[in-house]
Design a protein around this ligand. Structure first.
Ligand code: SF4
Ligand code: SF4
Length: 355
């Protein structure tokens, strides 16, 4: 499964599920949005298995994206979830910081964990390179690619002009002969890590949102995939402050994997009037959106707008248009505009000439 296929699905309500497996990570990157480190909570494995076990071929996400912290600290669970998801038709993607690859090898337990995985993304940036040398990370990604898994790199730099971004993207393209997609983000002034499609690196505060232009709220495509937090709570978006907030803002809380099943979470995601309004019209900046619960008049307006007879059709149409526009167009809004075409690398491409 190519990265572009995953990203095209990102604006489609409930087309994907982002699941945090742990807050632990052996690396301690300075820019980590989840403040992951050697110690941290693990998401309850039993509840994760139970929840993924409620996927059916008639009602399931297309993509299960496993993230953290470092999901491959729980290799057996990664494999279990991929195996559980597959019969329903859900493909699994893993995003890793490559902690295991310092010597360029991929341990057998990691290869076993990936055997039912359809896509592997490696995070790489100046912080990671201090811990896992580039050459070693590349060797390990080659090994994973040779096993038949589509691979990509998630790269973060300071700004579009950061020389590191030019250097690392050129190095990836040369090393992998354009068979690995590259997703580029910038570390935003808010200091949050920025990986477009992953829960642990939620859209930094409003980063990448195309508005609010002229003071207008912008539709938010991030309110489309449910996100399982480390404690099993399910958020409606991947903004890290939403995912981490307890209590989670009620209008952005979809449920809990210990008690709810996928069809219920999927329905809440697709049919919540407030979420429909956020996806189609926007609710202002992330801070405004999160605080809707404390602003009853604004919440009521969002509820009413999303309850109109045409709201569901508008929501579906907006998702379809964004999906049809393609991954590169979406990443111009949510990633690094200059490097957005690199998402098309790997596999067939869509005819757009990567930068
Ligand atoms: S950015 Fe990724 S690899 Fe680095 S500490 Fe955070 S989760 Fe781990
Ligand atoms: S807080 Fe609201 S606007 Fe921000 S990403 Fe989440 S749903 Fe979108």
């Amino acid at each position: 499964m190519r990265l572009a296929e995953i990203i095209e699905l990102r604006p489609v309500p409930a087309a994907g599920l982002l699941a945090t497996l742990t807050r632990r990570c052996p690396l301690s990157c300075a820019h980590c949005s989840t403040s992951s480190g050697p110690r941290g909570e693990d998401t309850p494995a039993g509840a994760l298995r139970r929840f993924v076990g409620t996927f059916t071929s008639a009602d399931r996400p297309d993509v299960l994206m496993l993230t953290g912290g470092e999901p491959l600290l729980r290799p057996a669970l990664v494999d279990d979830l991929a195996v559980l998801a597959a019969p329903a038709g859900t493909r699994t993607s893993v995003l890793s910081g490559m902690f295991f690859a310092a010597d360029g090898r991929v341990p057998a337990r990691i290869m076993r964990a990936l055997q039912h995985v359809a896509h592997f993304s490696a995070s790489i940036d100046v912080f990671h390179e201090r811990e896992v040398p580039r050459a070693a990370a590349f060797r390990a990604v080659h090994r994973i690619m040779e096993s038949g898994i589509d691979v990509s790199f998630h790269v973060v730099g300071n700004s579009v002009d950061d020389p590191y971004l030019a250097d690392i993207t050129a190095a990836i393209r040369a090393e992998f002969r354009d068979r690995a997609a590259v997703l580029v983000n910038h570390i935003r002034p808010a200091g949050r890590a920025a990986s477009w499609a992953a829960a642990r690196k939620a859209p930094p505060e409003d980063a990448g949102r195309s508005g609010p232009a002229e003071g207008r709220p912008a539709p938010c495509a991030m309110a489309a995939w449910p996100v399982v937090a480390f404690d099993g709570a399910v958020a409606a978006c991947c903004n890290q402050r939403v995912v981490d907030a307890r209590p989670m803002p009620e209008h952005l809380r979809l449920g809990h994997i210990a008690v709810d099943d996928w069809p219920l979470i999927r329905r809440r995601c697709q049919e919540s009037p407030v979420l429909r309004t956020i996806r189609t019209a926007g609710a202002g900046a992330c801070a405004d959106c999160r605080s809707l619960a404390r602003r009853p008049a604004a919440l009521d307006a969002a509820q009413r707008a999303g309850s109109r007879p045409a709201a569901g059709a508008m929501d579906a149409l907006g998702a379809r248009l964004q999906r049809d526009a393609g991954a590169a167009v979406l990443l111009r809004r949510y990633g690094s505009e200059r490097y957005a075409p690199l998402v098309q690398l790997g596999g067939r491409g869509d005819g757009e000439d990567p930068a």
